[in-house]
Ligand binder design. Structure first.
Ligand code: SF4
Length: 89
């Protein structure tokens, strides 16, 4: 089954919360700073100071995360396929 990778630029999240409404299993608002957390996302070691998180997802979870990405007003959620090509939202 194809895998996809979410890449989330948390630093630039502006706390709108539509991701958490549209894909609640994957996105939760963090009460500490009101930004979204990518549930189980791993921080990219090379970009630690930039707060970039990554998570691999299966095809069955693609649709809801595409919705989250499409509705993020600052486009800080991006999704890539196995070949590293960005998924069209
Ligand atoms: S939709 Fe985008 S800006 Fe809004 S909380 Fe989610 S990641 Fe942050």
């Amino acid at each position: 089954m194809p895998k996809y990778k979410i890449i989330y630029d948390r630093k630039n999240c502006i706390s709108v919360g539509s991701c958490a409404l549209l894909a609640a299993e994957f996105w939760k608002m963090n009460p500490t700073d009101d930004k979204a957390d990518l549930v189980d996302g791993k921080q990219n070691e090379k970009q630690k100071k930039d707060e970039v998180f990554e998570l691999e997802i299966d095809e069955k979870d693609l649709h809801q995360n595409k919705e989250a990405a499409r509705n993020c007003p600052v486009n800080v959620i991006r999704i890539f396929d196995e070949k590293g090509k960005e998924v069209t939202l």
